[in-house]
Design a protein. Structure first.
Length: 256
């Protein structure tokens, strides 16, 4: 019996398409690729818009293909629950959503078979960490603060009942919390930018302009108003004409 060929894929739910990698693997086995993709899309239609792991087990002799659909990654389930197309590009500076603990419990139930967490409490704390990396607030705060609150027993009632439904009132509250955090982060970003601009301006004011001539000490002009040439040696002082004539006058007076 020939060994079955295993192929791992990551497809968009209900929209799997052939690519070079799949063609290289199924082509030599003479497998009908469009037929396989059709079956994959039928099995993943419920996960529309999410990335889904799919495993193909191909029998080279019979050409039969077994299709096993896994559960989407946690990040995809969280984005799907909040109807997000993608996470935040700067999760520490930009928050794009606010999720309730009830929604975390719902995601845990969808992913429970493949998660290592033994309890619902441990699971929601783990999921909160994934939210943080996507720029998603949990109950209006960051994952660390939420985890502290969970450990303190704040959500024990919800966790015990494993509630997965969020009331309209709480949805409104979550939206208000998100808006407040977004406004705070915006003001902090504007303040940081203003400080950076001020620091840059101060630095520019004290930095010499490139190519500017260096300051030089100018030579002082002489008594006639002309400055000596650069590098010229000062001339020796000339004797005064009247002073030079005095000794000669005295000598003539003695002869007389």
């Amino acid at each position: 019996m020939a060994k079955k060929e295993k192929i791992d894929m990551m497809v968009e739910g209900g929209a799997a398409k052939a690519d070079a990698s799949l063609s290289q693997k199924l082509g030599p086995l003479k497998i009908n690729i469009p037929d396989v993709l059709k079956k994959v899309n039928e099995k993943t239609a419920a996960f529309k818009g999410m990335k889904i792991p799919v495993k193909l087990l191909v029998d080279p002799q019979t050409k039969e293909v077994e299709i096993t659909v896994g559960t989407p990654p946690v990040s995809e389930l969280l984005k799907g629950e909040l109807k997000l197309s993608k996470g935040s590009g700067t999760p520490n500076k930009e928050k794009i959503a606010n999720i309730a603990i009830e929604q975390l419990i719902k995601v845990f139930k969808m992913k429970q078979d493949s998660m290592l967490d033994r309890t619902t409490k441990d699971a929601v704390k783990s999921l909160a960490g994934s939210c943080n990396s996507l720029g998603i607030l949990v109950e209006g705060t960051d994952s660390h603060t939420f985890t502290v609150a969970v450990d303190a027993g704040k959500y024990d009632a919800v966790l015990k009942q494993e509630t997965t439904t969020v009331t309209p009132e709480k949805i409104q509250q979550l939206q208000t919390q998100l808006a407040e955090v977004q406004d705070r982060l915006k003001r902090e970003a504007e303040k940081a930018k203003a400080e950076a601009d001020a620091a840059a301006a101060a630095t520019a004011a004290t930095t010499p302009v490139a190519g500017a001539p260096a300051a030089t000490t100018e030579a002082k002009p002489d008594a006639k108003g002309a400055a000596p040439a650069a590098g010229a040696k000062p001339e020796a002082a000339k004797p005064d004409a009247k002073a030079a004539a005095k000794p000669e006058a005295k000598a003539e007076a003695k002869k007389k």
